[in-house]
Structures are given as structure tokens and as C-alpha cells.
Design a protein around this ligand. Structure first.
Ligand SMILES: Cc1ncc(C[n+]2csc(CCOP(=O)(O)OP(=O)(O)O)c2C)c(N)n1
Ligand SMILES: [Mg+2]
Length: 894
């Protein structure tokens, strides 16, 4: 007996009578006046009790039973028998795919148990809900749980979209004929997968912002209103990721009734139970209900219905609610006898309830998430729900159907191999028409095209608009923005001192007015618009709000008031870089999802970009997202006073690994103009699968006009900005500068000429990453083509005949300039900002990090000594003259 239950106070006979009277009264109201009236009455009672000082226990939970009662279940519209057969075949093929892959190559991996637990959820959705995209309907958007990929492939196999050889090459992308990728990766299977989901937590947050972005497009008149849904299938363990739950209030606040989460609550994650000592479904219910979602629990299969019907006193419901997830996991592997004694044995009345059921029948009591009869009503209620998002919490068993091989076991997530006996049991349990002799080979099985199963599956998909998942890009290129738009930036600012951030914001304001691209621009800010001086845009284009502006803004009298509007263009996301990045991804992939070329500009504090949301940026690459990430207040010494949590000296290094990201650290407004103009062309006219990271700074200085012939160099990563005025001298140097540190380099150039007769040429390096990539590419080609004329890296081309020593100075870590040093004719000395920052002014910071004009001068002189061009005493003297302390602590470590 459960001791906890014993401790509870007994209900007296009087209380029992009172309970019954109240329940009868409520039943009377329900029968005579309906549910709405009953709900109102309970609400009234609640208020009255509260006024009288009754402390009502707070709970956002409902009992641990199905949300939709049996009498509210719509009849199942499909052919259950045939659907079971189809589902069974998909189960088999999905399992066989993993088993075979691991026989072919030990350790290749794959997952059986995730899909095994989710098969019925997916199949009910595929056969009755998920709409494909065609000329009549834009189709639903579906985020598939990454680890369930084998099941999705196995279905596509039955649909005739893949052949045996495709399945055979699961997880072997590099086979000559290609393979099926381990998980959903649009980069690798661009005609199939739409959304990369396998890094857990990303798909839920991306789905939320995708659903909101769909509304944004509708409210702004960029797409027709639609009843299309965004479905996200996720794991219960996955809900532990902060990204999964971190944005759920946005979904309810924005009334996203186009959003449905299906959480496959198999109560297990990788290592063991999700909440062995608790109940993940109840925990999630209270979280989602508290956040304003419509929560539908699908807990118990149809064969529990008669028991619940008989359970007039609610003892069974109470027992269901009391049992822990750890217990339920045990029941999924235990004998009927154990279930009888442990679950039903806590109360004689419960034992009586199941006395007519055999142990086998007890074992077969199904969970709701495996029962289409229960899943269908939940999905139907979800698509019919209005005004709020819906989450379906479906209780399942991990590894369902694997039996001894893993069903409900803690090892199940890692199970990749089944022995002959286990395969035989699987085959028999799901009635797979394979001969006993063949079973051990784990062959794939597909019924003939004219079989009822294949006909059914095809008919269902036809009825629902076509196959899913499918990524088909139907989108025309854009007309580029007017060339004139960028002219003022090419001309420079004259004497006026302007930060590149201001120049960029002005460029953005002009782009928003452009007749070709204005409407397509999506500015995204995580509560940082004022930091970047963007507040004028609030008024110019408005902040998007689905409901418009329901209040009179405090600054309504002012010109630049905080204007929210239904057709507002700015996505002001609040303080969430992850949410903003999810919006960026939704907007940057609208060309593929909706055939709309929206151009996102995500403007944020560069320190809180890749460092914080690097994994979403990786997903953006995978999904072929387009757009511009603008890292504001960038540079470790450019941002004064903020200290080490704000000063970014490494985002450009973090940009290196992202394969299709172009990263630029421009110094001047004209450089930004060239990069953006070209970026729009490459992404939206030429349709390249790339996106951009551009850093902008808040240090003001005169923006020069663009020299002749430098556009190509700006884009390729460097160009000669200024030759030394000095001609007749023995001493030479080549100086590389980027961002605002370019100004320090220019100052050093003058100083070196005037004081040391060193002729230093200055190069503006706009992108070390571009130079690095180009160098690697040329080097690789040369390695592979030893007898052909060598290809020369662009950087070598630029400086191979340039005389003197090489010094680079950057507001980022030294690894950036160091990355290209191998392609220079002589050694490079790099100055950068490795180390934690400090709260200080720019001058002090540049001294601290040793990147100002004095240190550049020193680096040049020291390099010339090493080259034996000048005497070390000259450097000794310079150190004194420049007021440099040689005993100063190394900023990398201090
Ligand atoms: C961000 C991230 N961390 C860790 C993993 C590794 N991982 C893959 S599946 C898994 C457990 C998944 O559990 P759950 O979400 O409950 O899914 P289930 O397989 O049970 O349906 C883990 C930890 C991952 N894919 N992504
Ligand atoms: Mg799980």
C-alpha cells in the first residue's frame, strides 16, 4: 500500500454527503444550462470564496486524464485497420534503416526509439491534418523532431519518394549516389527538409517566431491571410532546453492560433526518465496553461475508457495522478501482475475495478499517444482552437514495439541493433509480411503500388494537398534597389563626424523608402533601437503589433513617438537575441517558405550575437537563410566604458566557422554601402545561399569619400587605402587596419614618416575571413594540381611586391590577422585585443590592449630591427618617446 495515501485524512460521512450534494447541483446546472453557465458559476464561487478569505490552492493543473472526454470525441474519419498496417510498415522500415546502417558500418548511429514512440502521432497527422503546399493552399509548416527522421524517411519510401537505395544510404551522405542525412538538414537535402531541428530547443523557438512572422506578413499585406498552421513536433526531454519554453508567452500574447506544439511525452530522454520523481506532463501543463496556451492532454488509450467510466468516485483518476513518471516507465516494461499489485493494489476499490481483466489485458492498457482514436480529437481540437496557441501533451512509451530490445528501457535511446529474435518479435507484433528466413536481414518492405496501403497513403496525401516535408523554392529574384540610394555614402560626410552605426541606420532608412525593396526590408531589434539611434524609424515605418496600438503612447506629442501599428515594419523583439534570431531566420527564409523575398536586418549588440546564439546562427546557415546580421557597438576598444561583458573583440572569430556567412569589419560608410549593395544583389538577385555579418561602431569620425577602383577590394577583403607620402627611403612597412583601428593605423603612418623616415602604406582590411577563405581555396587547388600554374591568393596578389615589414592592427583578437599571415611574403606582427576588457575610455583601452598608433609604430620599428634595417637603440628610444611601459602586464592575461 502507498503510505502517502494512508496518511491523508479520512472523509467523514457528513462530508461525503455534502460532496455529493454539491456535485449533484453542478450536474443539474450542467444538464439544464450547459458548460458555459457551469463555468461562470464556479468562477463566481471562486470570487466569493476569495472575498470571504478562503485561501484557494493555486493549481494550473487539471487531473491526469485526457482533456477531451469520450463523449466529446469525434468519430475517427480514417480506415483504422489500413492505417495500422501502414504505420506498422513505417515502423519496420524506420527500424530496419537504422539496424542495416549499423550493420554496414559499425557506429554509424541512428535512432529507433524516438520514432517508435511517436509513430501514431505522426501518422494521424500525415493522414488527416498536415496540408501540403500547392496552388490552392500555402500548406502547413512542420518542424519534425530531428531524431525521428528515420520514420519520416520510411514514410516517404512508402509514398514512392525514396527508393530502397536511398534508405540503404541512411547516414551515408557521401555515397556516390548520395544518402539520407542523419537529421533534417536543408543544406544537405534542399528539396526535402525545410527546417533544421536536431539541435534541441531550436525548433520550438523557431516555430513560435515563424508562426508570428506568418502573421506579420499577413498584417503587412505581403501574403494572403491563411488558415495554415505551424506544427512543431518535439520531445519531452527537449523542453528542458531554455529555448523551448523561453518564448512561449510570445505565442499566447500574440494569439498565435496558427501554432501547434506536439510534445511526445515518452517520459524518457537520453540517459533515463525526464522526471522520474515527478510528472513531466503535469509540469508542462501548468507551464503552458500559465502562459495562456490551450493545453490538450492525450494520456490514456481507449481501453482505459470503460475503467474510467466505472470510476465514479475518482479513485482511479487520483491514482493516475499520484503515480510518478518513474512508476509509469516501470509499468511499461512490467508484467500484468506487477501492474495489478503496484498500480491498482493501492486501494481495494481499484483492485476491484480491474478484477475482470487478465494480466495480459492489464499490460495492454494503452497510452493515449499510441491511440489514433485519442490523437485525432486532440489534433482536431487544436486546429479548431482560436485565439491561442495549442500544445498537445501526448503520453507514449519510448521504443514502443521494441519489446525486450528497448521498449521503455533506459538504454532505448541508444539502441541501434536488434538481434534475430528481437527482429522476429517486432515482425510478428506488427504483422510485417516478411518470411521468417528473411527477417534476420531486416529487409525493407514496400507493398505493391496497387495495394490498398499504398493507394490509401497516396490518396490521403493528395487529399491534403501533397507530400510533406518538401522544400520547393518558388520565388522570383528581386529588382535591386536604386543605385542612387548609396551615392551619398560613397561621397563621404565631409568634415562632419559620423559613426558607422549612424551611417548604417541612415542607409537602412533610405532602403526602407526604396520602391523596389522598401517593403521587403524587415528591421529586427532586441530592445536596442535607441542604442543604435534607430528611434526615428519607429515613426517612419512603425513597430509591428498584431493589435496595433491600444494605448496613447506617453510620447505621443513628440515627433518620434513609440508607434505601434498593425502594418508596422520593425520587429521590436524585446530583450531576446534568441527570439530576434528566430525572427531573422523566419524572415531570411521566407523566399523558400512563402516565396517572398523579405530582407532581414537584425541589429544587435555584437557581444550578444554569436557568443550567445551561435547555434541558431549555425541553423541559419543550414537552412540557407539570407539577410544581414548587424553587430552594433562592436570592437573591444571602440565601446568605451562598458567593460568586459559588453566589449566585443571576438565575434569576428566566431564568424569564421559558419560556412556560408560573409563577415565584414568595415571602417567607413562607403565600405558598408558597397558590402550591402553587393550583398542584396548576391542574395536576392543572384540567389546565392549566403548571409552576412557586418560590424558597425559608435565612434564618430569624418567619413571619407570612396577612392576610385576599390569596390572589388572592399568585397574581397582588402584594398590599398593610402600610399605613404614618403618616397626616397630605405625603410618600408605595410600596415593593415580594420574598423576604427584603421584610424590609428593612419595616424601611425604619418608619425612613422615624420619621425622615422619609414614609408608605410596603409591597407583597409574589410574582411579577414574573406582573405582567409580565398587563401585556403587557392592553396588547396595548388595542392591538388601540382603541375599547373599556381593560383595566387588574393592577399598575396595585393602585397607580394610591397616592400617592408608587415603589421596588422585590429579591434579583434590577433587570431584574425594571424589567420592570413601564411600568404604574406614576410612575417606579420599582429596587434589585437585578446583578453578581458576594462571599463575605460577609448584612449586608455587602446593603450591597455596595445593597439593604438603608438604600439603600431613600435611594432613597425621592432620588425625593422628584426629585419636588421634599424638599430635596436632606435626602438629603445621610441619606447621612451612614445611613453610605453615595457614592464606593463600582458593584457591577454591581466
Ligand atoms: C542541444 C542538444 N543537446 C543534446 C543533444 C543530444 N540528444 C539527442 S536526443 C537526446 C534526448 C532526447 O530526449 P527527448 O527530447 O525526450 O526525445 P525523445 O527521443 O525521447 O523523443 C539528447 C540529449 C541534442 N541533440 N541537442
Ligand atoms: Mg522523450
Amino acid at each position: 500500500m502507498n503510505k502517502e495515501l494512508d496518511k491523508k485524512p479520512k472523509v467523514t460521512a457528513d462530508e461525503e454527503l455534502e460532496n455529493r450534494e454539491w456535485i449533484e447541483s453542478l450536474d443539474y446546472v450542467l444538464d439544464s444550462s450547459g458548460e458555459e453557465r457551469a463555468a461562470k458559476l464556479i468562477k463566481k464561487l471562486q470570487i466569493h470564496a476569495q472575498k470571504r478569505g478562503v485561501k484557494l490552492p493555486f493549481t494550473a493543473n487539471t487531473p491526469y486524464i485526457n482533456t477531451i472526454p469520450v463523449d466529446k470525441q469525434p468519430a475517427y474519419p480514417g480506415d483504422q485497420a489500413i492505417e495500422w498496417k501502414i504505420r506498422s510498415l513505417i515502423r519496420w522500415n524506420a527500424m530496419a534503416m537504422v539496424v542495416r546502417a549499423n550493420r554496414l558500418e559499425e557506429g554509424i548511429g541512428g535512432h529507433i526509439s524516438t520514432y517508435a514512440s511517436a509513430a501514431a502521432l505522426y501518422e494521424v497527422a500525415f493522414n488527416h491534418f498536415l496540408r501540403g503546399r500547392n496552388e490552392n493552399h500555402e500548406g502547413d509548416i512542420v518542424y519534425f523532431q530531428g531524431h525521428a527522421a528515420p520514420g519520416i524517411y520510411a514514410r516517404a519510401f512508402l509514398e514512392g519518394r525514396f527508393g530502397i537505395e536511398d534508405l540503404q544510404n541512411f547516414r551515408r551522405d557521401l555515397q556516390p549516389e548520395g544518402g539520407l542525412t542523419s537529421y533534417p538538414h536543408p543544406w544537405l537535402m534542399p528539396d526535402f527538409w525545410q527546417f533544421p531541428t536536431v539541435s534541441m530547443g531550436l525548433s520550438p523557438i523557431m516555430a513560435i517566431y515563424q508562426a508570428r512572422f506568418n502573421r506579420y506578413l499577413e498584417d503587412r499585406g505581403l501574403k494572403k491571410r491563411s488558415d495554415a498552421k505551424v506544427w512543431a513536433f518535439i520531445g519531452d526531454g527537449e523542453t528542458d532546453e531554455p529555448e523551448t519554453l523561453g518564448a512561449i508567452t510570445l505565442a499566447s500574447r500574440e494569439h498565435l492560433d496558427n501554432l501547434i506544439f506536439v510534445v511526445n511525452c515518452n517520459l524518457q530522454r537520453l540517459d533515463g526518465p525526464v522526471r522520474g520523481n515527478g510528472k513531466i506532463i503535469q509540469e508542462l501543463e501548468s507551464i503552458f496553461r500559465g502562459a495562456g496556451w490551450n493545453v490538450i492532454k492525450v494520456l490514456w488509450g481507449s481501453n482505459w475508457d470503460p475503467l474510467l467510466e466505472k470510476d465514479k468516485e475518482g479513485i482511479l483518476v487520483k491514482r493516475m495522478t499520484d503515480a510518478l513518471d518513474g512508476d509509469y516507465q516501470k509499468y511499461s516494461v512490467a508484467s500484468g501482475e506487477y501492474i495489478r499489485s503496484h498500480f491498482f493494489g493501492t486501494d481495494p476499490r481499484l483492485q476491484e475495478l480491474v478484477q475482470d481483466l487478465s494480466d495480459t489485458e492489464l499490460q495492454k492498457l494503452r497510452r493515449g499517444g499510441h491511440d489514433p482514436e485519442k490523437i485525432f480529437p486532440a489534433f482536431k481540437a487544436a486546429i479548431e482552437n482560436t485565439d491561442s496557441p495549442t500544445v498537445i501533451l501526448a503520453k507514449t512509451i519510448k521504443g514502443y514495439g521494441l519489446g525486450e530490445a528497448g521498449e521503455g528501457r533506459n538504454i532505448t535511446h541508444q539502441q541501434k541493433k536488434l538481434n534475430e529474435d528481437e527482429l522476429m518479435i517486432f515482425k510478428e507484433r506488427f504483422d510485417i509480411p516478411i518470411s521468417d528466413e528473411d527477417v534476420s536481414r531486416a529487409p525493407f518492405y514496400k507493398p505493391p503500388d496497387d495495394s490498398p496501403e499504398i493507394k490509401y497513403i497516396k490518396e490521403r496525401r493528395q487529399e491534403l494537398g501533397g507530400y510533406l516535408p518538401k522544400r520547393d523554392v518558388i520565388c522570383d529574384p528581386i529588382k535591386p534597389p536604386s543605385k542612387k540610394l548609396f551615392d551619398e555614402f560613397y561621397e563621404g560626410s565631409g568634415e562632419r563626424e559620423v559613426a558607422t552605426t549612424m551611417a548604417f541606420v541612415r542607409m537602412l532608412a533610405k532602403m526602407l523608402k526604396d520602391k523596389n525593396i522598401g517593403k521587403l526590408i524587415v528591421p529586427i531589434v532586441p530592445d536596442e533601437a535607441r542604442t543604435f539611434g534607430m528611434e526615428a524609424l519607429f515613426r517612419q515605418v512603425g513597430i509591428y503589433s498584431h493589435v496595433g496600438q491600444l494605448y496613447d503612447p506617453v510620447d505621443s506629442e513628440t515627433l518620434l513617438y513609440y508607434k505601434e501599428a498593425i502594418d508596422g515594419q520593425i520587429l521590436e523583439e524585446g530583450i531576446t537575441e534568441a527570439g530576434s534570431m528566430s525572427s531573422f531566420i523566419a524572415a531570411g527564409t521566407a523566399y523558400a517558405t512563402h516565396g517572398i523575398n523579405t530582407i532581414p536586418f537584425f541589429i544587435y549588440y555584437s557581444m550578444f550575437g554569436f557568443q550567445r546564439i551561435g547555434d541558431l546562427a549555425w541553423a541559419a546557415g543550414d537552412i540557407k537563410c539570407k539577410g544581414f546580421m548587424i553587430g552594433g557597438t562592436s570592437g573591444r576598444t571602440t565601446l568605451a566604458g562598458e567593460g568586459l561583458q559588453h566589449q566585443d573583440g571576438h565575434s569576428h572569430l566566431l564568424a569564421y566557422p559558419l560556412p556560408n556567412l560573409k563577415a565584414y569589419d568595415p571602417a567607413y560608410a562607403y565600405e558598408i554601402a558597397v558590402i550591402i549593395q553587393d550583398g542584396i544583389k548576391r542574395m536576392y538577385v543572384d540567389r546565392e545561399d549566403i548571409f552576412y555579418y557586418i560590424t558597425v561602431m559608435n565612434e564618430s569620425y569624418a567619413q571619407p569619400s570612396m577612392p576610385e577602383g576599390v569596390k572589388d577590394g572592399i568585397l574581397r577583403g582588402m584594398y590599398k587605402l593610402k600610399d605613404s607620402p614618403l618616397k626616397d627611403t630605405e625603410l618600408h612597412a605595410q600596415l593593415f587596419g580594420s574598423g576604427t583601428i584603421l584610424n590609428e593605423v593612419l595616424k601611425a603612418q604619418d608619425y612613422l614618416a615624420e619621425n622615422y623616415s619609414v614609408a608605410a602604406d596603409v591597407w583597409s582590411v574589410t574582411s579577414y575571413k574573406e582573405l582567409y577563405r580565398d587563401g585556403l581555396d587557392k592553396e588547396r587547388w595548388n595542392m591538388l594540381h601540382p603541375s599547373e600554374i599556381k593560383r595566387v591568393p588574393y592577399i598575396t596578389e595585393c602585397v607580394q611586391d610591397a616592400p617592408g615589414v608587415f603589421v596588422a592592427a585590429s579591434d579583434y583578437v590577433m587570431a584574425l590577422p594571424d589567420s592570413i599571415s601564411q600568404w604574406l611574403p614576410r612575417p606579420l606582427v599582429s596587434l589585437g585585443t585578446d583578453g578581458f576588457g576594462r571599463s575605460a575610455g577609448r584612449k586608455a583601452l587602446r593603450d591597455f590592449f596595445e593597439v593604438d598608433w603608438r604600439y603600431i609604430t613600435l611594432a613597425v620599428l621592432a620588425s625593422l630591427t628584426w629585419e636588421k634595417k634599424i638599430d635596436p637603440t632606435v626602438v629603445e628610444k621610441a619606447i621612451k618617446d612614445l611613453d610605453i611601459n615595457p614592464g606593463k602586464a600582458n593584457p591577454i592575461l591581466s
